[in-house]
Design a protein around this ligand. Structure first.
Ligand code: C2E
Ligand code: CA
Ligand code: CA
Ligand code: CA
Length: 275
């Protein structure tokens, strides 16, 4: 243990070192994963309640770690963000998502998560442009999902980048809506195409009057602003019935389908379905 400035011995340092080592190892593993092709994408359908068909799929990153097996994004994305690796990984995701989506029918979009660091990195618009031109995907079939946290550093730069992307034809969705701080002011700053209502509200929409009221308010607000809504994490029929009644445009969740492998997407689009 070392002595800190106030003469107090800190015996927890070895544990910190172990955590730091683990992090450092994960960073190296992420770099290797990208180089050796350990990442793949799964796709979760977004079901449109007005047209009764799949309107798109959200691309979700999957990592088969050579020793630790399947690692959930919640475990490695934060490390990828802290180390800056998310910029290179996100670029791979963007290219791969567009490459796969170009094989789908024209009315089916692909939604790609973009982390705040990746969004603010210089050259992000160019990454999107490259992914679209290399794949040949019609621009309006790409939707990027960003969270409110991108606005925390310099709102005006963010808004001008969003307008630049919109001018390219790319759609913009606001993800995890309701979980951040000043959501409403961001809705005034930029006309998003879609708001994704966070699972935490959807979870309780059928049996908690406050959650139901919040979901209704979000849907009404979005409708007034000409934005679509997707309810995330819909798991049962009661939630679906409630969301339908409240005028939500689309749903995504285990009730309809879990995320699936890329080669299963075409079959899912082709099969008759309902929700
Ligand atoms: P998210 O963007 O909010 O994605 C939705 C998450 O909810 C996904 O978890 C999805 O599998 C899960 N989910 C969908 N429906 C249900 C449901 O009915 N019940 C439950 N319990 N969960 C449901 P996943 O794939 O583990 O991803 C977690 C988070 O990791 C994502 O949250 C996103 O923030 C991040 N992520 C995933 N892929 C990428 C990526 O390519 N780039 C970046 N930057 N972040 C990603
Ligand atoms: Ca998302
Ligand atoms: Ca989300
Ligand atoms: Ca979420």
């Amino acid at each position: 243990a070392k002595q800190d400035g106030r003469g107090v011995f800190r015996f927890f340092e070895p544990a910190l070192d172990a955590a730091a080592r683990k992090r450092r190892q994960l960073e190296l593993d992420l770099r290797e994963a990208l180089q050796t092709g350990q990442f793949r994408l799964n796709f979760q359908p977004i079901f449109d309640l007005k047209s009764d068909r799949i309107s798109g799929f959200e691309a979700l990153l999957r990592w088969q770690h050579p020793e630790r097996g399947n690692m959930p994004p919640a475990e490695f994305i934060p490390v990828a963000e802290e180390t800056g690796m998310i910029i290179a990984i996100g670029e791979w995701v963007m290219h791969e998502a567009c490459r796969q989506a170009v094989k789908w029918p024209d009315h089916v979009r692909v939604a790609v998560n973009v982390s705040p660091l990746q969004f603010r990195a210089s050259g992000f618009a160019n990454v999107i442009f490259q992914a679209l031109s290399r794949s040949g995907l019609v621009h309006s079939r790409l939707e990027i999902e960003i969270t409110e946290s991108v606005f925390l550093e310099g709102e005006s730069a963010v808004v001008s980048l969003l307008h630049q992307l919109r001018a390219m034809g790319v759609r913009i969705a606001l993800d995890d809506f309701g979980t951040g701080y000043s959501s409403l002011s961001y809705l005034r700053s930029f006309p998003f195409d879609k708001i994704k209502i966070d699972k935490s509200f959807v979870d309780r929409v059928a049996n908690d009057t406050s959650s139901a009221a919040i979901v209704r308010a979000i849907v009404d607000l979005a409708t007034a602003l000409h934005m679509e809504t997707t309810a995330e994490g819909v798991e049962d029929d009661d939630q679906l019935a409630r969301l339908r009644g409240q005028g939500c445009s689309s749903i995504q969740g285990y009730l309809f389908s879990r995320p699936i492998e890329g080669d299963m997407v075409a079959a899912m689009i082709a099969s008759p379905m309902s929700a």
